[in-house]
Design a protein. Structure first.
Length: 287
């Protein structure tokens, strides 16, 4: 971590991750409705604001699991660090290393050949079991490396052979940390994308209550298939914008388009009405 800090400041890395997760969440949310996020022209701050709510739960879960792992490693190192526990310590180290590497090898192909692997049941299992398998394996193998490096097994620190072995074990631990980081990042990205889709479906089921209301006045009749929209022809006496449509909610707005949905709770409607933001329509927006 100290070497990485020479290349990129920790704050820059955190902001980059928040921006990536915010972008992933936003793209998954609007893709559920068929809205291209490139048209929205959102700012960097808008993506950063969306990321904390998306990663709050998995981040706290990772922190809790990390604390549990540290406590287990501390207790194991204390119990197995005594000289009379050398044989048991070597057995535990070998078991942890072998089990961890097997789990990593079993789950790692998902990063490259996911489409060719036998599919797990649809849902959260398919999304997260492979990457969590790799993370668990890397954690167990890293625990073995920590036990090996921290155990006083009578090695001669001045012996070049022992120093080389320690450096190899240390390099293996660094590689395992890289595998662990990559698998957790992969799992977090999948969770954030799934959270965006779930939030979009939840908004659709609730009738988009958090979106502002919109009343559309149009010069010409608007053909649409959105349910629950009330239409009224105000007549020519009301001016050019005689056709009124009530019941819309504003899902998104771009400099050239308005993306509207209907406020119909309980029907999970995702019918999107796209109107040009020009002088052919007039929109009244209210909370």
């Amino acid at each position: 971590m100290e070497k990485v800090a020479y290349i990129a400041a920790p704050g820059t890395i955190v902001l980059g991750l928040l921006y990536y997760f915010g972008t992933t969440y936003t793209q998954a949310y609007y893709a559920t409705f068929g809205v291209p996020t490139a048209d929205l022209q959102l700012s960097v701050e808008a993506y950063l604001v969306r990321s904390p709510s998306a990663i709050f739960f998995p981040l706290w879960l990772l922190l809790f699991c990390g604390l549990a792992v540290l406590l287990v490693l501390g207790c194991a190192g204390r119990l197995l660090g005594r000289p009379e526990q050398r044989a048991r310590r070597e057995a535990v180290t070998g078991w942890l290393l072998a089990t961890g590497l097997l789990l990593v090898l079993a789950g790692f192909p998902v990063f490259f050949w996911e489409d060719r692997l036998p599919r797990l049941p649809a849902g959260w299992l398919r999304q997260f079991v492979p990457c969590l398998t790799v993370a668990l394996g890397a954690t167990l193998a890293f625990a073995a490396v920590q036990l090996r490096l921290s155990s006083p097994d009578g090695r001669d620190r001045a012996d070049p052979g022992d120093r080389t072995a320690d450096r190899l074990w240390l390099a293996a631990g660094a590689l395992l940390l890289g595998v662990l980081t990559m698998s957790l990042f992969f799992g977090m990205a999948r969770y954030v994308a799934a959270a965006g889709r779930v939030e979009a479906l939840r908004d659709a089921a609730g009738g988009y209550v958090s979106s502002p209301r919109a009343v559309v006045y149009s010069r010409v009749p608007v053909t649409h298939h959105a349910p629950g929209i009330l239409f009224d022809d105000l007549g020519s006496a009301k001016g050019p914008y005689r056709y009124q449509y009530r019941g819309f909610r504003v899902l998104a707005k771009t400099p050239a388009r308005l993306y509207l949905v209907s406020h119909v709770p309980g029907q999970k409607s995702r019918t999107l009405v796209v109107l040009p933001d020009d002088d052919t329509v007039r929109i009244e927006i209210s909370p």
